[in-house]
Design a protein around this ligand. Sequence first.
Ligand code: NAD
Length: 377
Amino acid sequence: MIGGGQGAFIGAVHRHAAALDGLYELVAGAFSSNPETSRASGQLLGLAPERVYGSFEELIHGEKQRPEAERVQVLSIVTPNHLHFAPAKLALENGFHVILDKPMTFSLAEAKELEQIAEASNCRFCLTHTYTGYPMVKEARQLVASGELGTIRKAYVEYPQGWLSTFEEGGSNKQAAWRTDPARSGVAGAMGDIGTHAFNLLEYVTGLQVSQLCADINTVVPGRQLDDDGAVLLRFSGGASGVLVATQVAAGEENNLRLRVYGEKGGLEWQQVDANTLQVKWLDRPTEIRRAGTGYVGSYARHNTRTPAGHPEGYLEAFANLYRNFALSLQADLAGTAAPPEALDYPSIAEGVRGMAFIKNVIASGRSEQKWTEFTV
Ligand SMILES: NC(=O)c1ccc[n+]([C@@H]2O[C@H](COP(=O)([O-])OP(=O)(O)OC[C@H]3O[C@@H](n4cnc5c(N)ncnc54)[C@H](O)[C@@H]3O)[C@@H](O)[C@H]2O)c1
């Protein structure tokens, strides 16, 4: 693991997710930009001291020297956005598979370069767009792909949070400090941090790609340097249209992610607060409530569920599904067999590039007078 030291947020979530199915063992890390914090973090995690490194460069070069059977196979990179590209590039160039958190890089240029590096390597790559790991999100995607809803016409995604409703970055909140700093977060604040999740969820479930957008981007909290709120009109190739809202100043909201998609014959609705339920709405009959863990859900939802219906799975399991599918794909590669399509269904580098293009285009539209902007990559 690179990043995720003491006091960090998402590193521990990755460790829980990786551990859930017994397919990974944490054996090495460079957990902080401060070598002392890295060592202390590694000690708390019970790692052998010689495999706790002072920097990501030391980790990658150190592990490369170990006999193949002992060396790290997969590197999880959970650093702030400006420190995604360099470790991911070095890892791929040295033959390590990479699991990287979103947004993929600091800029679109870096994302495109990383895509080329990944393609030239023999390594697999996973981008942790957590919400695509939920079983009922998988069910939603499979339902749209089946054509039962008809041609998709309308798609809405909302991601309201409230935790940046005040000037959090003025205090000791490390997570707020880098997310609101253009030198570490990138050109976007909320649109990069949670807008990319919403955008990815929309493209994942609909199977459509955004071709044009029109953004209203705001910085609500005085003194803040990046956007903390925005609404985006979307047009998809093929003619559907949609709306994306992402805000971190909706006071009192937690992580209230909600998705609605409508086709000619019906629609669907999914919310993170009730993640094991998918509502399927029909033009000519009553709404269906589909639940995770039941026998009637499709192969993707089934593959990504561990417990029987009514024993709720949640955020950690959704995250673990990304890790599990990635491991199953690697195991199939090693065995020289084909992984089932359900295992190959995790966000990869192409989604990362689209996420970085979303950030670039949404901020450009927000700043422009003309507003409607071609979605260029
Ligand atoms: N998938 C998700 O749902 C999700 C959720 C939260 C965060 N994230 C992403 O995860 C990343 C980290 O976010 P966070 O909230 O955990 O941040 P954080 O500030 O809590 O943690 C970052 C960690 O990286 C370490 N670090 C910084 N520079 C380093 C370096 N040079 N070498 C090694 N470690 C270094 C820090 O010491 C810290 O331990 C961000 O890119 C963020 O967008 C994704």
